[in-house]
Design a protein around this ligand. Sequence first.
Ligand code: ACO
Length: 404
Amino acid sequence: MKYGRIVGWGKYAPARVLTNDDLARMVDTSDEWIVARTGIRRRHMAGEGETTATMSVEASRAALARAGLLPQDLDLIILATTSPDYFVPPASSMVQDMLGAKCGAFQLQAGCTGFVYGLATAQAFISTGLHKNILVIGTETISRNVDWQDRETCVLFGDGAGAVVVQACDEPTGVLSFVLGSDGSGAQHLRVGIGAREVITPEVIAGGGHFLRMNGREVFKFATHVMGHAAAEAISQAGMTLSDVDLLIPHQANLRIIELAARHLGLPMDKVFVNIQEYGNTSAASIPIALVEAIEQGRCKEGDTLCLVGFGAGLTWAAAVVRWGVSERPFAMSLFAPIARARTQAGVTLRTAQTVAGMQVTMARHQLQKRAGKAVEVAKSAASAALLPLYTRVDKWHTRDKRE
Ligand code: ACO
């Protein structure tokens, strides 16, 4: 049996930041209320030109560089998101193309739980020996689906991306167990009400049907109940107990939900990673961004056991136990990473140059064709003008001949 070890990671947060005070100038809320009820202080907002695809590419490039891999080394790309660039095509294919990868890619929608679903899917492909290197991404541009006049939702969400490279290995590191859950009977508690059931019409737009709507209290009850249970089940499936867990990395939706889940599990808060104050709820991007920050802060050490757990729209939940270990080739990696980063950058520059050059050649061809077409037209009308007196004379002779 093969294990899916995390060998690369990266995140992207848009530069634009919205503070609670900024929000208090937009809707009837306050920094005190938001901090006390959610723990959120700031969130990042996608700027002009930033979308789920572009942010995914940024996070993925960092993850590939850290893994010492090129986009062409990937066997599969899984992108978890609830806010793709378009209904169709899937943003996963846009990411595959922008990276220059030559592999299958698909988009996965399981609400905020999507990244853990993606990790579990990657592990399934790897454990069967089908694939070796899989890129799993969680990204949201959720700010574009938020009603900025609805204080009950707009204070909660933010944008960003997180990505990991999962690689096949023989040692029991990486994803050791996972639990995936769904209860669609609670679907109405969290939804964006457009799609095949509710097509987009001016009336639907006027009623705000295209915005994310949430029954906060119901989601809160569901979340506090399910987070602890899912984590406990994944830990037990991995043949472990709670004392084996070094760090819990929960979905960052609300600090109170996280604290209640930790209490339910009997886990002290110093074993729980929290960064909600900086990002708010970034839905499918929240767990990978938190994982990357935990790694960057030195909170994931060789041999540590991590438990990732989330809940979200669907309603869904998911948990995974991950044994942290990247030491198989630390020296090689430390040498190779900058080289790979440079190669990736060179590849991207080359692709961009090729595209630009291709466009210039096409434009030049069109211009030449246009100019040649014009020249032919001019020559034709000049020839016609030159021949006109001749035609007229021939015509006259012809008419005279006929008369005679
Ligand atoms: N500022 C000020 N007051 C507010 C705000 C706000 N931004 N939002 C709501 N209020 C008011 C309400 O109107 C209500 O007023 P009322 O008592 O006069 O009716 C009062 O605050 C309390 O409202 P509650 O809903 O009871 O507040 P609660 O303590 O439950 O907190 C919250 C609300 C933060 C939304 C909470 O219910 C929650 O976090 N729920 C889960 C949300 C979640 O996790 N969503 C995403 C999950 S899936 C995903 O990530 C896509």
